[in-house]
Design a protein around this ligand. Structure first.
Ligand code: ADP
Ligand code: TRP
Length: 321
């Protein structure tokens, strides 16, 4: 089984990214032939500052490795080290119906969030299709908001196969973990960097405390039972606490007698404990800058060998070169 996913280096990672995509990707490296990449071509649709993009790429590489991505078990690379993605994207774009892209939610959402409309932003699902199809991926672990893009990828692959020959490109399947499909933010909406409601993956202890203790709650008195449905504290606690501790917090909500301040303290402790090993690993990786360069260079070489083969097959089928 070939597994593939990417993450945009467009800002500091938050725990929604971790539970929505990274954790599944890290588990899946045990189960198949995994390819994970830093989607820097994609981030060009929102970042036009070379220095900043380069520093985000480096931070993302360090963070992903600190969370448990193992270069001995997967191929980890920077997208722009494999320019074949862009060539395939162009070929795919010539069979992609405009209507397919016009139906994508992410373009409208991003514009609503202040990103400038550009051809690149509109065409981004085609580049994402190329990212996936160039590795003949079977499974694509992503958060729910990326599901539509994997479906678009399937549609584009079907069009290519109908046009240039059955079996030319493999149809991928999205893998969405339903239990963590939408991680809520501090305000109860979906956690997203665009909504300024995130808990960062590598939050400093003082900032973590301030954010968790500041989670919005209602004014139910300490003695009264508290709502379980729609509670961000409980939803976040479920991700980081043991099942027994989680059940205890649910019971304490139902029975009353425990205040929100106490629940927040438990959430703070469990969050710190859960991420502590990642912080340690991150410090070790940061101390050896050449390590990250080496991992990305080796990853690029392996990824490029696969990408070149697929691209050669496509060029042959469509009549290029
Ligand atoms: P953001 O919404 O902060 O801009 P991205 O769109 O860069 O995040 O998402 C990167 C990956 O993380 C995607 O696979 C996305 O589905 C996942 N993801 C982001 N936010 C969440 C969330 N709140 N819950 C679950 N998954 C998420
Ligand atoms: N579009 C994805 C995001 O914003 C990142 C991405 C780019 C991706 N190419 C991909 C994810 C291919 C999975 C497969 O999060």
């Amino acid at each position: 089984m070939r597994i593939l996913s990417g993450l945009q280096p467009s800002g500091r990672l938050h725990i929604g990214n971790y539970f929505g995509m990274m954790q599944a990707a890290i588990h899946l490296q045990e189960e198949g032939d995994a390819y994970y990449f830093i989607a820097d071509y994609h981030s060009l649709t929102s970042i036009h500052d070379g220095k900043l993009l380069r520093s985000h790429v480096r931070d993302l590489a360090i963070d992903f490795l600190a969370c448990g991505l193992d270069p001995a078990k997967c191929v980890f690379f920077r997208q722009s080290d494999v320019p074949e993605h862009c060539e395939l994207s162009w070929v795919l774009s010539t069979v992609t119906p405009m209507g397919l892209l016009e139906r994508c939610h992410s373009y409208k959402d991003k514009i609503a969030n202040g990103i400038k409309p550009s051809h690149g932003l509109f065409a981004y699902p085609v580049l994402m299709a190329a990212d996936i199809l160039i590795y003949d991926a079977d499974v694509v672990p992503v958060g729910r908001d990326q599901k539509q893009h994997v479906e678009v990828t399937r549609d584009i692959a079907i069009k290519m196969n109908e046009t240039f020959g059955e079996g030319l490109l493999k149809l991928p399947t999205p893998r969405i973990r339903e239990d963590t499909a939408v991680v809520p933010g501090l305000d109860g909406q979906k956690m997203s960097k665009s909504y300024h409601n995130t808990i960062q993956l590598f939050e400093e202890p003082a900032a973590l405390k301030k954010k968790i203790m500041g989670i919005k709650t209602d004014s139910t008195p300490v003695e009264a039972p508290k709502a379980v449905e729609g509670s961000s504290i409980l939803a976040l606690y479920k991700l980081v606490a043991s099942p027994a501790d989680y059940d205890r917090m649910v019971q304490d909500h139902l029975n009353g007698g425990v205040g929100y301040g106490d629940f927040k303290k438990r959430l703070l402790q469990a969050t710190s404990d859960f991420f502590a090993p990642f912080h340690e690993k991150r410090a070790a990786i940061t101390a050896d800058p050449a390590y990250v360069d080496r991992v990305l260079a080796e990853g690029a070489e392996k990824a490029r060998a696969v990408a070149r083969k697929t691209l050669a097959r496509v060029r042959e089928a469509v009549g290029l070169g």
